[in-house]
Design a protein around this ligand. Structure first.
Ligand code: PHB
Ligand code: FE
Length: 328
């Protein structure tokens, strides 16, 4: 039986495990106690339910992010900033050669509503898709309640810089958030401001380390400063980045603490290109024609520096700008 809900999301009634199935265009999504099943006219695929929900949560929270969000080597989305492609096998050489790949384009609001409905129905009370595996309960088993408080968290976005009057980010992130178990050694003192005469009250500062030490989520960059299109998006990382990100622009990483291993692949075929180990203090520019996934053995702090200029994807894909920012 197909039920059409008010927002246009197509869903069936619960299966024997208690979960609804969803369809979007010619794609269908269903889950059981361990796995998520994705089907399209020329193929099908399954993913572990926990990994699927972690990826889905980020794709929703990031508004489909920059470029491609691969849930794994087969399914994912491409952001065209207004419309979104949902694909299977499109960025996988073997699926392409076997002609099993499939892509459909949707208005952003339509795919977003469907994704939100899936996340809401499939996230049990025990599971927080933003938390590290050590700090959340299980995603598995028959349907067991919901976790709306976790999946509808408001994202912290600074309009200017955190701590500048009028910015809400510090208030919403730091107050009431305990220091994470793995950042108990991070000093909590704030910088002291000694302004020159005439500049009193016009300078602001905050300790980014102290701020990040209280972040309750993992792999979720938050904007802490915006200067025109230059966005500083630091984040705390633990375990595996839940998506394989295929970028449409260059992205800079500054490893602020600890260590992350990056697997870097060709964006379009998935062929392995590099393995990068980033230690505290290391800086890397990820080229615009790769995809990457990070592994953080211990909770670490990473600054993701984004250029939000909307002209970049076209300038890079047309060859007017290079895919790497520096030639050595
Ligand atoms: C990225 O794809 O560049 C990315 C995404 C989320 C993070 C860190 C890096 O937390
Ligand atoms: Fe990225």
């Amino acid at each position: 039986m197909s039920v059409e809900t008010l927002s246009g999301v197509k869903a069936t009634g619960p299966n024997v495990h208690g979960y609804r199935s969803f369809s979007l265009g010619e794609f269908t999504f269903s889950r059981d106690e361990y796995f998520v099943y994705v089907k399209w006219p020329t193929g099908s695929h399954l993913l572990s339910a926990d990994a699927f929900l972690r990826a889905l949560q980020r794709d929703i929270a990031w508004g489909f992010f920059y470029g491609i969000v691969n849930f794994d080597g087969v399914v994912g989305t491409v952001n065209h900033y207004g419309t979104v492609d949902l694909f299977a096998g499109r960025y996988n050489d073997a699926y392409r050669k076997a002609e099993l790949d499939h892509v459909e384009n949707f208005e952003m609001s339509r795919i977003l509503e469907t994704f939100k409905a899936i996340l809401d129905d499939w996230t049990n009370a025990t599971f927080d898709p933003f938390a590290s595996p050590h700090e959340t309960g299980t995603a598995f088993g028959p349907k067991n309640g919901d976790n709306r408080a976790a999946i509808t968290r408001r994202r912290v976005t600074a309009k200017r810089m955190v701590s500048v009057p009028g910015d809400e980010a510090l208030r919403s992130d730091a107050n009431g958030h305990p220091i994470n178990r793995q950042f108990l050694d991070v000093p909590q003192d704030e910088p002291e401001i000694r302004a020159e005469p005439g500049f009193e009250g016009r300078l602001c500062s905050f300790s980014l380390f102290a701020y990040l030490s209280r972040s309750p989520v993992t792999w979720n960059p938050s904007i802490v400063s915006a200067c025109k299109n230059s966005l500083y998006c630091p984040t705390t990382e633990e375990y595996i980045l839940p998506v394989i990100h295929g970028n449409d622009r260059v992205e800079w990483f500054v490893q602020l603490s600890d260590e992350i291993y990056w697997e870097v692949e060709d964006r379009d075929t998935g062929a392995v290109r590099a393995k990068v180990v980033m230690k505290a203090g290391d800086v890397a520019a990820m080229p615009a024609d790769i995809r990457h996934q990070g592994y953080s053995p211990k909770r670490s702090m990473l600054l993701v520096w984004e250029n939000a200029d909307p002209r970049l994807p076209e300038l890079i894909s047309s060859g007017k700008l290079p895919t790497n920012p520096v030639d050595f």
